[in-house]
Ligand binder design. Sequence first.
Ligand code: HEM
Length: 355
Amino acid sequence: MPLRYHPSMEHAEPDENATFEEMADTLRSISKKTLADGGHGLRSVHAKSQGLLKGELSVLPQLPEALAQGIFSEPRTMDVVMRLSTTPGDLLDDKVSTPRGMGVKVLDVQGERLPGAHAERTQDLVMINGPAFGTSNAKAFLKNLKLLAPTTDKAEGLKKALSAVLRGLEKVVEAAGGESGTLKSLGGHPLTHILGEIFYTQVPVLYGPYIAKFQLVPVSPNLLALKGEVLDLHEHPNGIRDAVVAFFDQNDAEWELRVQLCTDLPSMPIEDAAVRWPEEKSPFIAVARLHVPRQIAWSDSESPRQEDRLFFNPWHCIAAHRPVGSIMRARKVAYDASAKFRAAANLVDISETTA
Ligand code: HEM
């Protein structure tokens, strides 16, 4: 049985707003550095786009009550815009191999908005290709961020060399049956094709009266064939994006959007983002299909301008899918600060994309 959300399940730390502000400042220092070096306002993290896509999300018919919630309450097809990315705040050679990100913006959704957000019309799902976040809460994340921020735009050659070493270490960890989020986030991610990956929201949102995490899973055979495929990135600094472009030049693709409901708070915590919710206790269950047709996934002349105007944020949501937990509360401050910075730097309007 899914647990019903109650405000007592969330525990804000007394000084957490100060942590969030410090985090936003540290993130801004990354964007300031990349602006000074490259003359363009970039996202503080996930700066490098690995493709921009349009598609359609279709809610499955006859979902049971527990799953027929929020934007999934009736079988509807909605347009989506997607941005694929890699995590650093600077634009690096893809051989500095880091986790992969995917933003899915569902357009023109129905449902009550959060207070002060009545003009918004989208539901954003902001995901990474790993099942849990690297740190438990905002304070722990800030500590890591402060170590990482000063390396922005420094010595790409060194980062490539370090990435190769870390990938080697990650292979050793994986051969022993493990996986290290830290090694991957520092550049030790295997050189895999981004379209073969499973993406996760990692941290929870409300799901009507319940609480849930999402997963986006490749289901069409052409995507499944890319699982674990290693890209040849030798002298190919944008090899990940080029592989996405080559794929969508020839193929349509299909993903399944799945939901994992919280059924047990001790093993499926809201405030500890580093805990992977056990699938034995609550499996991911399909609620929608995402169809992405053949298209041009990146154009050097058009896409940079388009992605400057795009702003993915888990707080772009209907009230029935409000984000919950420390990391989510931190993201509210951090994403707005980053988006405001790049909007001002690039002289663009980042009001929500609805068309
Ligand atoms: C405290 C934790 C986190 C902080 C401070 C943070 C911060 C940020 C910031 C500042 C941006 C750029 C916003 C913009 O200018 O548009 C961003 C983008 C992004 N974040 Fe996070 N993030 C956090 C956690 C997460 C988690 C848990 C996920 C997913 C599981 C995630 C996935 C992404 C993705 C995919 C993007 C790129 C969105 C796009 O393509 O525009 N982040 N994050």
